[in-house]
Structures are given as C-alpha cells and as structure tokens.
Write a protein that binds this ligand. Structure first.
Ligand code: GLY
Length: 564
C-alpha cells in the first residue's frame, strides 16, 4: 500500500512538472533560419517563399505574393484594388510605395450626395460608382523594376499556373462566399463564378484571371493599363454605370513615398506615410503613450487600456481633421508627431475618468471604414524586409466582378469623406482634407510597418481591419516590446480599439477579463463587445536574438507562414 502511495505521488509530481513546463514554454509560430513569408493564404505564402528559394529577394517575393493573393484570396487580394508597401533593405535603407487607388478624372466632390445634399446610401460602397482607379498592378511592376532581381516571367508563371489549376476552398472561405452571395446577385447583371454554392475542399479555377495575368507576362504593366484589359475593364465599368475611362487607367502611376519614421523607447518604427493615415496615427499614439510604464501596468490591464484608449481617441480626432492625399492637401506631419504637440494633446488625461470625445478638438467628424483588407510580411535570406497591405476595401470590394477579366473591383471611393462629418462604412468620420477630387487618393488606415531595434531589423508587421488596422499594429508591437510576447502570442492576444467616434471601446468578444471590463465601465467607459468580434488579422515576422525568424500568422483567418 505504502509503495502504491509513493508511486501515485510520483505520478502526480511528474504530471505537475510537465504542466508547469508547458505553461513556461512560450507559444511560437513557424521558426525558420533564413527567410519567411506570412500572408492570408498558404498558397500565396508558398509561392512567395518559393521565389525566395529560387534566389529572388523580398521585392521579387512581394510581387509574387501580392499577385498570388489576387488569385487565392479574392475576398481582399486583388488586381482591382490598391495598397502600400514599406521596405527596409539589408543595408538599412528604407522606403515606401503608394499604389493606392485614385478618384477618376470625372469624379466630383458631391458625387455621392442627392439633391438635398444627403449621402445616397450604398452608392459609394456597392457597384460601379464605388470604384477607384486600381493601383495594384502598377505597384507590383514599380517594385519589381526598381528593387527586384529575378525576371518577371519567373514570378508570374507560378501564379498563372495557380489560376489555371485552381485554389481549394477553406471552411472560412465557404462561409464568406455564402454570406456575400446576395450582394453579388444584387450588383452583377449576369451570374458570376462566386454565385455557385462552393463548399470546403472544392477547387475554384480562374481561367479568365489566368488570361489577364498572361497579358502582364506579355506587355508588363501596360498589359493592364492599356490594350485589351484596359478596354474591357473601362467598358465593363461604364456598362455598369461607372465613370472610369481608358484614360483614367492609362494615367495611373504608383508613387514612391518617404515613410514615417519615429522612435519609441529603443525602437525605430518605419511606417506608411499619407495618403495612408497609418504611420502618422501610429506615431501619434505611440508617442502619447511612451511616457507611461505599460510594462508595469500589465497587458490588457485597466490602466494600460485607459492610456492606449485616450491616446487613440486623440490621434483619431487628428486623423479625421488633418489627413488626406499629400498631393492635394498640406499635412502638418512634423507638428502632429512633435513631442510638444503630443504632450499638450494628452493634457486633461486622468486615470480617474475618460475624456469625452466631444471635448477633443476638431470634433465634428466620424470614421467608418471597411475591414476586409489583407496584409503580408516578408523577410528574405539577404536580410531585406517588406511589409505590404493591399485591399479592395470591403469584402469582395464593390461586389462587382468582371467575369471576362476574372477579378472583383474595389469600393475604395467610400474611403473618401463623401460628405465631411458623415461616417463611412467603418464609422470613421472624414474631414475636408479627405474630400473627393479628380485624381486624388482616398485616405487609408493601412499601416504596413517595419521595426528596428538598436539599428537592426526586428519585425515586419501589418493587418487588415479598416480603421482598426492602426490600433492592431500598435498592440502587436507593444505585446512584443512591453509585454515580452513571442510573435505568435502577440498576434493571438485579444485586441481592443477606440477611434474617437463613436466614443466607445470595441473589444474582441470573450477576450477580456470581466473584472477589467466592469472596472472600465465603472470609470465611465462605454464597452462594445458586439459589433466588431474580430479586430484585425495580423501577420508578422520577428527576428530573434540568434537571427532566426519567427512568424506570427493570425488564427482569426486562414493565414499561414511559410519559409526556410
Ligand atoms: N480600405 C481600408 C483602408 O484603406 O484603410
């Protein structure tokens, strides 16, 4: 008997030890030695990683991953949209490219208003009037031409093959397609490929898209912006009541931009400049919270949530008032990111009670943005890093699908403020700076970001999520830097979001301690756990101390890291 007790005790001790060991071991994402791609679909990450294996660099892999997402992730990946990329070369050189959509030449400030000056519901979100001139193909070719190393054929061929071979439907994709079918039927005159009842494990083939990609192989960027594709696209859009012309397409150019760079503790953050609000707003929030000791307050503690919320409230109010396309409006970027301005901005903050959004200056405008963008991060075997976010805005964009060319068209015109002071589809209120004008780029929240620590590459990170993009990127960086999480833990951790108006904290459902929520409510914060069950789908890569790479692929989507 005595013997049996001893054995039993030993057994429980062993289990206890194992359990303890388990809780001490940090959850890590994919670990590789040399290179990695993390994106919304395994097929796209694999094509990008294969390009790196072939000897291509991060810029070749950017072109490959972006276009592979256009095939494998039609929900947000695209030829009919636009995006932004930030890069850091192995030698420390940094840069950014803006391939954001533009308003057509015949766009007008009040094009989404009725005779009484009211916003016409759905006009900037559904169908052909919602489309901005697409920039993705121009962006891909500009990146490849300036920074790529492999012939474009090597990049395009596997993608064309994928389009012909088809892509397997995932469980999440099955429910997304089903959910949006009523909109596809409402917007498209003819039946489209996505009207079919696709089920998990079915394969969808994209021969029309493959042909469109073949024209890129033959004619480069002109294979999209001129000739057969441009003719077909302009005619299709106009036949559906839109205003984009062949001239609009021929005139489109991607633009190299200087990224926003700022310091947070010993980190150098490199992020996207206007016409994305991402870098400026991220910078404002991080500089406002820098004086507070979040590490001591603790992850998702009441105090940390208060400090971050109050900084977000102030930054989003500024975003709505000051930010727009820098080619059309003067943006006081230096002032907005200056210590003196941001210190003053946090005047009035107290742990005792929330600041009211009505008391924050420039308080007449609200923000609404769609959250179905997609992000990918790449680090290559040479030490180059890119961070790119691309979108057609809403889920499947305007829902208008050009069957002859094989892709959805964006509804990015909704990211302009149709009527200053009235929120867009993300609830974000836009100001005069972001009003519509021909050839202007609409304000974005996309925040592709690269982080350096002590002069060395630390992280490439980004996410979809409309107006929640900025705050999701923020929390992921803080999770690693302040709360010592691995890349995967930082991506998985529950997120919250405040965007000035509406004056509430959105929280991921069941992600937060009920006591924390109750304390925040008691202090006077309005908590919304309902409307935004998922905040962002973050993908990132962390460079560890021994220079190996850890991927963080968000479980909230089908996101996957692939590398070697
Ligand atoms: N359409 C979402 C964004 O640009 O932020």
């Amino acid at each position: 008997m005595k013997h049996l007790v001893k054995i039993t005790l030993f057994f429980f001790l062993l289990i206890g030890c194992k359990t303890n060991q388990k809780t001490n071991v940090k959850a890590r994402g994919l670990m590789t030695q040399k290179a990695m791609v993390v994106s919304a679909r395994e097929e796209a990450s694999k094509i990008g990683s294969d390009i790196l294996k072939k000897g291509g660099n991060a810029f070749d892999a950017m072109a490959a991953t972006e276009l592979a997402l256009a095939v494998s992730f039609p929900y947000a990946g695209n030829l009919g949209g636009g995006g932004f990329m930030v890069y850091r070369k192995a030698n420390g050189e940094i840069g950014a490219i803006d391939y954001r959509e533009k308003a057509p030449l015949s766009a007008t400030k009040n094009m989404f208003l009725d005779g009484n000056g009211n916003v016409i519901p759905g006009k900037s979100t559904l169908g052909a009037m919602a489309i901005g001139v697409p920039g993705t193909v121009a962006g891909v070719f500009a990146v490849h031409e300036k920074l790529g190393s492999l012939p474009i054929e090597d990049i395009l061929k596997p993608i064309i093959e994928l389009a012909y071979k088809g892509v397997v439907v995932t469980k999440k994709q099955e429910s997304r397609i089903k959910h949006y079918q009523p909109f596809f039927r409402k917007v498209n005159k003819d039946s489209i490929i996505f009207d079919k009842l696709w089920k998990e494990n079915d394969t969808i083939k994209y021969p029309a898209l493959a042909k469109t990609l073949e024209r890129l192989l033959e004619h480069g960027k002109d294979g999209f912006y001129k000739g057969e594709t441009a003719r077909t696209l302009a005619k299709f859009i106009q036949d559906n009541g839109g205003i984009i012309t062949e001239d609009d397409l021929a005139k489109y150019e991607a633009k190299w931009r200087t990224p926003i760079v700022f310091q947070y503790d010993d980190l150098k953050i490199i992020s996207m400049s206007p016409p994305s609000s991402g870098g400026v707003s991220l910078g404002q929030i991080m500089k406002m919270i820098e004086p507070y000791d979040l590490h001591t307050f603790g992850h998702n503690s009441v105090k940390s949530i208060q400090v971050i919320t109050e900084a977000e409230r102030r930054a989003y109010a500024d975003r709505s008032y000051f930010l727009g396309d820098p080619d059309f409006v003067d943006i006081p970027v230096e002032t907005l990111l200056s210590k003196s301005y941001l210190t003053k901005r946090m005047d009035g903050f107290s742990f005792e009670k929330p600041t009211s959004s009505n008391d924050i200056a420039h308080g007449t405008i609200q923000i609404v943005e769609s959250d179905e963008t997609t992000h990918y991060s790449i680090i290559d075997q040479f030490g180059n890093a890119i961070s790119a976010t691309t979108t057609i805005n809403g889920a499947y964009g305007s829902k208008l699908y050009c069957s002859d060319l094989g892709f959805f068209l964006n509804n990015e015109m909704d990211d302009f403020s149709s009527k200053p002071g009235v929120p867009n589809m993300f609830g974000v209120t836009g100001g005069e700076a972001n009003s519509i004008a021909p050839q202007k780029r609409m304000l974005s929240s996309m925040t592709p970001t690269i982080v350096e620590k002590n002069g060395k590459l630390l992280m490439s990170v980004g996410t979809p999520g409309g107006s929640t993009i900025i705050t999701s990127v923020l929390q992921t960086i803080l999770n690693v830097h302040e709360f010592n999480m691995t890349m995967q833990e930082a991506v998985d951790a529950p997120r919250f979001h405040h965007q000035w108006l509406p004056d509430e904290i959105q929280m991921e459902v069941k992600g937060f301690d009920i006591n924390t929520i109750n304390q925040l409510r008691k202090l006077g914060y309005v908590i919304n756990e309902k409307e935004s069950p998922v905040i962002g789908k973050v993908d990132g890569i962390l460079v560890l101390k021994d220079e190996s790479l850890e991927g963080g692929a968000d479980y909230r989507g089908d996101d996957t890291a692939v590398g070697f």
